[in-house]
Ligand binder design. Structure first.
Ligand code: ZN
Length: 332
């Protein structure tokens, strides 16, 4: 994984977005690198991740004030524009850190009452985390390679071994006000760090410029990817018997047809997928729930696992029964 930053594209971005209402060059470059991150599925899936920039914009009196522009809820990093990074007055946002607690509803309200544009979308739920962190530009993702490290039982030791002092480690806390405060404390306790690894959550990197934050993000994910490929997890499992897809697909589609449709089925396979689905402990691994909120959007909570070899001899009836069981267990 390499940086896709281009000086020429950055220049074009400033020309394209920097002059929009309530925008400037900082915001334009923030849009540019957000799109770079959002268009790489190794970093974020649709709707996932968020970015921010602390800058100065004019309010309705014409006065220039400090704001933080952070991705709005519901937008996608891959195609956002300046309006999708609503500006929030920064001055009194930092003072919220002194509060002992703040509910999710109060955090949403705190963001909305400080918006420069009252019609702007709700800023990301991770607004306060961005606001409390030291960087000017901040990038946040739930990149797969990072999760492969921070989801391990000995993640803290592993993260120190891979990233040294460059990234500080934040223990798991449910996203919300408590996490925003803890992340800021960890960042302050590690002044050499230019990013955070949030255990069982994801990666934050920051810098004085959009380019610095972005390139540190890419470098961190590249380091995680290199470590993973140098330490393969488990030897490939013995393969199950091959199932003839052209004869299986109509049976699956027939069973699914009883519960809606029409359905288009597509077979995806390959060494990695086969190693996963052929493993004896597939149900244990596959039914633990998705690794990140990004995956919930794309894959939903639980997969339907069908083992045709176990459903013989009446494969059609077996598939129908398996689907009925899946549906009832999903709904409970
Ligand atoms: Zn997150």
């Amino acid at each position: 994984m390499e940086s896709r930053w281009s000086d020429a594209e950055a220049h074009d971005a400033v020309a394209r977005w920097g002059a929009a209402p309530n925008s400037n060059a900082d915001l334009a470059l923030r849009v540019y690198t957000s799109r770079l991150i959002g268009s790489d599925p190794r970093l974020v899936l649709h709707g996932g991740g968020n970015t921010s920039v602390k800058t100065r914009l004019r309010d309705d009196t014409g006065a220039e004030i400090e704001v933080i522009c952070v991705k709005g809820s519901g937008s996608d990093l891959a195609d956002l524009g300046p309006r999708d990074l609503p500006a929030v007055r920064l001055a009194s946002l930092g003072a919220l850190r002194a509060l002992p607690a703040l509910s999710d509803e109060a955090m949403v309200n705190a963001a909305r009452v400080r918006l420069l544009d009252a019609s702007a979308p709700n800023p990301s739920v991770e607004l306060l985390l961005h606001a409390f962190l030291p960087g000017t530009s901040i990038d946040h993702s739930h990149a797969d390679a990072i999760l492969a490290l921070v989801d391990q039982p000995d993640a803290e030791r592993l993260c120190h071994a891979v990233f040294g002092d460059d990234l500080a480690v934040v223990p798991y806390v449910m996203p919300g006000f408590a996490l925003a405060k803890l992340a800021a404390e960890v960042a302050e306790a590690h002044p050499k760090a230019h990013g955070l690894l949030l255990l069982q959550h994801g990666l934050f990197t920051w810098g004085d410029t959009a380019q610095a934050a972005y390139e540190r993000h890419i470098a961190a994910v590249a380091r995680a990817m290199a470590f993973i490929s140098a330490h393969p997890a488990t030897p490939p499992a013995p393969r199950r018997a091959h199932v003839d897809w052209p004869s299986l697909a109509p049976l699956l589609r027939g069973a699914l047809g009883d519960v809606g449709g029409p359905w288009i089925l597509r077979l995806r396979t390959g060494d990695t997928l086969r190693a996963f689905v052929d493993a004896p402990d597939l149900p244990d691994k596959a039914l633990r729930g998705p690794a990140t909120p990004d995956h919930v959007i794309r894959t939903k909570a639980l997969p339907w696992i069908v083992d045709p070899t176990a459903l013989a001899p009446d494969l059609a009836a077996g598939i129908a029964a398996s689907l009925a069981h899946y549906r009832s267990s999903y709904q409970t």
